[in-house]
Design a protein around this ligand. Structure first.
Ligand code: HEC
Ligand code: HEC
Length: 358
């Protein structure tokens, strides 16, 4: 069901990236001869695996192409608490690299120690995403980045004040001039710099990817069976599809709360009531508590939700149905999801430019 997905055409600028080129072709011949579960209705494993190959490069939009100085400026802004009104909170307060770019809390906490309505999602792998936010309210990373800065409940900053502050810090003035020659420091250039940095936040290769690339020893047998269950009996791949494990679309999976999600953004579509963006599953094992409201703590509990724990209502996705999973199925699904955890390179914290002495 990709009905509500937005497909945007973006010119992809090839760039060498940290992602290695995908080398799964060589492994195919070996895999074809090696069914995961002998005697059952084994799907064509090679074809299944081919759907999960990683892309070779990060896509950057034509109207905000990559440059190293821009990405570096974006990284500095992302970690700078001066972007918030009280100068206490940066983007990284809620999107913390040591917590897989989330905050590990059921709900985000704003700069006035206030509880937000939803959980802080990871910003991993968003270069490929077509809508931002649990409800997809922003179309691009550029648009999204300037939202939390000014949101009273989040960073509570006045944009004119921030522009003045940044323009008076020599290090920032120079960095903006290098990244956007001849342009003033503006909401637009702040958004572009942060978005460029965010696109570079990509999960590294996980054991799962090494298996996809042909290393049969990279993941346990139970995880291989879990992968097949994920794609067949458990129907997870109906929504968590492709190497990021998301269809970038919106679904009601039957979580019992009053939040209408996408239904508040696009009104009058019954199926979008209680619908939220399908989160990617990279590094999922360390990213709990789960869901837009942080209501599910354990991965086994997530699977039990899909098996039989969902709320029946008119907007419930037609892909959600009783699964009749066995205990072994559940454990193997968890074993599979654990293979999506990558050891990402440590993020070097930027040196924040200091204010001019006078
Ligand atoms: C107070 C905590 C907090 C701060 C600070 C914060 N965010 Fe977020 N962020 C959230 C929450 C909560 C959401 C989900 C909002 C929603 O969908 O309703 C979110 C969503 C996002 C998303 C969308 C992710 C996705 O998968 O769709 C991006 C990108 C993002 N934030 C980037 C940023 C940037 C850049 C900054 C700094 C300018 C920032 N955030 C500051 C809590 C925070
Ligand atoms: C109908 C589409 C759909 C199907 C089928 C589906 N999911 Fe999801 N999944 C979603 C959506 C949408 C969310 C976010 C829901 C929310 O927060 O309201 C989600 C959330 C999750 C999360 C939490 C992610 C996070 O960052 O909080 C996990 C884990 C997960 N799903 C795993 C699975 C597994 C395992 C299966 C199969 C048993 C499955 N999903 C089947 C759409 C789906």
């Amino acid at each position: 069901m990709h009905l509500y997905c937005r497909h945007k055409r973006r010119r992809v600028r090839p760039r060498l990236s940290t992602l290695a080129a995908v080398g799964f072709m060589a492994a195919m011949a070996v895999l074809l001869a090696e069914p995961v579960r002998a005697g059952s209705t084994t799907p064509d494993l090679a074809a299944l695996k081919a759907r999960y190959a990683r892309p070779a490069q990060i896509p950057y939009p034509a109207d905000n192409p990559y440059s190293a100085v821009k990405s570096e400026l974006g990284r500095t802004l992302f970690f700078d608490p001066r972007l918030s009104g009280p100068s206490t909170m940066s983007c990284a307060s809620c999107h913390n690299p040591s917590l897989s770019w989330g905050d590990g809390l059921p709900n985000g906490i704003g700069s006035a120690a206030n509880k937000l309505g939803r959980r802080s999602p990871t910003i991993l792998n968003l270069a490929w995403a077509s809508a931002m936010g649990w409800d997809g309210r922003a179309d691009t990373l550029e648009q999204q980045a300037v939202g939390p800065i000014q949101a009273p409940g989040e960073m509570n900053q006045s944009m004119p004040k921030l522009l003045t502050t940044l323009a008076t810090i020599p290090g920032y003035r120079d960095a903006f001039e290098a990244a956007f020659p001849g342009e003033p420091v503006s909401e637009k250039t702040i958004g572009k710099a942060i978005a460029t940095f965010e696109r570079s936040v990509v999960s590294a290769k996980a054991p799962f990817d090494r298996w996809i690339d042909g290393d049969e020893t990279a993941i346990p047998e139970a995880a291989k069976r879990g992968f097949v269950t994920f794609n067949t009996k458990a129907n997870c791949a109906a929504c968590h599809s492709g190497w990021r494990f998301t269809d970038d679309s919106f679904h009601d999976i039957g979580l019992p709360d009053a939040d209408l999600g996408r239904g508040k953004i696009v009104e009058g579509v019954d199926l979008l009531m209680h619908a939220f963006k399908t989160p990617g599953l990279r590094n999922i094992a360390g990213r709990g508590p789960y869901m837009h409201n942080g209501s599910i703590r354990a991965m086994t509990a997530v699977i039990e939700h899909y098996d039989h724990g969902y709320t029946q209502r008119a907007s419930l996705s037609t892909e959600i149905r009783a699964l009749h999973l066995t205990e072994t199925d559940v454990l193997e699904l968890v074993a599979f999801m654990q293979t999506l955890t990558s050891k990402d390179p440590a993020i070097e914290l930027p040196t924040l430019p200091t204010e001019a002495m006078n």
